[in-house]
Design a protein around this ligand. Structure first.
Ligand SMILES: *Cc1c(COP(=O)(O)O)cnc(C)c1O
Length: 219
């Protein structure tokens, strides 16, 4: 229990110098651990499960910027639209439509990242390159697409991970030529964030390095 304060300060310093945003992934971790990091000045936290996020957001300070990084189901969008700061894992047009609808009800414009399928594994969610390049990003009045998010394969093969991140960065740049307002490339987790940064990430999502190992894995 408790956070790894030294690791946090080390990573934070590393990222601050290169203006990379650190999203502290607090899924499954208790309120007290989040508060510990909050009291060190941290404000960006990431969660994967809607119910858990809603409960934590109610209890914790209102100036926390909550990132939803899990797989979001359309029927749960309405539970977080009033307060969510950034949605990372958008993987379908249907989901975008629902976010737009709920955002409008809340009189908000919600920032989103489109998830790209970069890993070789079949199980990962996300758009592929052709779908992305043909998507009209500005078709929803209450959704602002800020960039892309991706997850590399779970493997020890760092070369494979690097190739996957490189392909996401290339796609991001390609998309930016049509949509210069895009700013954010969310890639990199505890095990691979250094490679992600070398390949051009400007937002990393780090959990276990800061909070310790989790008891249950992401669903
Ligand atoms: C859990 C999770 C993370 C953080 O993983 P760690 O390996 O603990 O750093 C990052 N991104 C997503 C999408 C996750 O589900």
């Amino acid at each position: 229990m408790g956070i790894n304060k030294e690791k946090y300060q080390q990573i934070n310093e590393e990222l601050r110098l290169s203006k990379i945003t650190l999203v502290a992934v607090s899924k499954t971790k208790p309120i007290d651990d989040i508060l510990e990091l909050y009291n060190l000045g941290h404000r960006d936290f990431g969660e994967n499960y809607v119910q858990e996020l809603v409960e934590k957001a109610e209890e914790l300070p209102k100036d926390i910027r909550w990132h939803f990084i899990g797989h979001l189901q359309s029927n749960k969008v309405k539970l977080i639209t009033s307060f969510i700061y950034l949605l990372h894992g958008i993987d379908s047009l249907k989901l975008l439509k629902e976010i737009d609808k709920q955002a409008e009800k809340n009189k908000r414009v919600i920032d989103c990242l489109l998830q790209v399928h970069i890993a070789q594994e079949e199980t990962k969610f996300g758009f592929d390159e052709a779908e992305l390049l043909s998507l009209e990003l500005k078709q929803f009045a209450n959704v602002r697409i800020k960039g892309l998010m991706g997850m590399a394969s779970l493997t020890d093969d760092t070369n494979k991970i690097r190739i996957e991140f490189k392909s996401l960065k290339t796609l991001f740049e390609k998309l930016k030529t049509q949509n210069p307002e895009l700013t954010t490339l969310s890639m990199g987790m505890s095990a691979d964030y250094k490679i992600a940064i070398e390949e051009g990430s400007n937002m990393v999502r780090i959990g276990s390095l800061l909070f310790g190992e989790r008891n249950y894995e992401s669903k």
